[in-house]
Design a protein around this ligand. Sequence first.
Ligand code: NAP
Length: 285
Amino acid sequence: MAQLINGKELAEKLQKNTAKEVEALNAQGIQPGLVVLLVGENAASQIYVRNKERAAKKTGIHSAVMRYPETITEEALIKEIEHFNRSEEFHGILVQLPLPDHINEEKVLLAIDPLKDVDGFHPMNMGRLFAGMPHTIPCTPYGIMKMFEEYDIPLAGKQAVVIGRSNIVGKPMAILLLGADATVTLTHSKTEDLAKVASKADILVVAIGRGHFVTKEFIKPGAVVIDVGMNRNEDGKLIGDVKFDEVEPIAGYITPVPGGVGPMTITMLLQQTIECCRRQVVDHE
Ligand code: NAP
C-alpha cells in the first residue's frame, strides 16, 4: 500500500509559514498584495479564484478580484493589466485562464510585468527557468517539487516520466526534475507505448486531463505517483488522471484528488506573491 502524499495537510502547514512571513513584512510597514483578473463566468474559474482569494486572505495577503464581462476587448483587458503593472498596491498579478476566444492569451500574458508574474507563465520567466536562473515558476510543478522535498523523496539519478507537455504543467515539471538531477522523459499524446514508457518510472507525474487514464499497467512497483488531473466524471465528482484504487496498492507514494496537488498550487502562488513583493519593495529589482 502506498503512502499518501497529503497535499491539503502540507499546504496548511506551509501556509502557516507564509502567514508568518506576511507578519514579518507587515512589521516593516510592507503589505504584500495580489490582484486576480477574472473574465467572464466560467464556473471552474470562479471556484479557483474564490479558493485563491480565500487562501490569500487567510495568510494576511491583501487581495482583490477584478471581474470583467465576457465581452471585454483584448485592448481594454491589457490596459487594466498595465494599470496594475504600475500599481504599488499589488506585487502580484494573475490573469485567470482560460480567456474568451476573442482574446489572445499570449498577448495578455506578455502584458504582465515579469516582476509581478506570480504564475510564472511570462516567456521571460519561462526562459529564466529553462536557463537555470528561475525567478517565478509555474505554481503547479513548483508545488509538486515542494511535495518531494517535504516527503524526503529522492530525485537524483531516478527515472522520472512526465505525462503531458503543457506550458503550465508538463514542460516546467520536466525542467524542474532535470534540475534536481532526475533522468527525465517527457511524454504526450503521440508517445508510442505510453504504458511501457511510464512503467519504467521511479517518479511518475501525470497531467493530461483525462479521468482515470493511468491504470496499473503504467506503474512500476514502489513508484511515486503524482496526479495533477482535475476532471469531472458523469456524476459531477472530481476525479484525477490516475485510477487511484487500482494504482495505490502498487505505488510507493501517491497523491489523492482532491486534496493532493491542487492545494499546493495555491500555496506556491501565495509564496511567490511574497517573493515578488520582496523583490519589488525590499530588493528594488
Ligand atoms: P493541457 O494543456 O490540455 O495539456 C494536456 C497534455 O496532455 C498535452 O500535452 C497532451 O498531449 C497530453 N495528452 C492528452 N491526452 C493524452 C493521451 N491520451 N496520452 C498522452 N498524453 C496525452 O492540460 P494542462 O493544463 O497541463 O492540465 C492537465 C490536467 O491537470 C487537467 O486535468 C487540469 O485540470 C489539471 N490541472 C490541475 C492543476 C492543479 O492545481 N491541480 C493545475 C493545472 C492543471 P499533446 O501535447 O500531444 O496534445
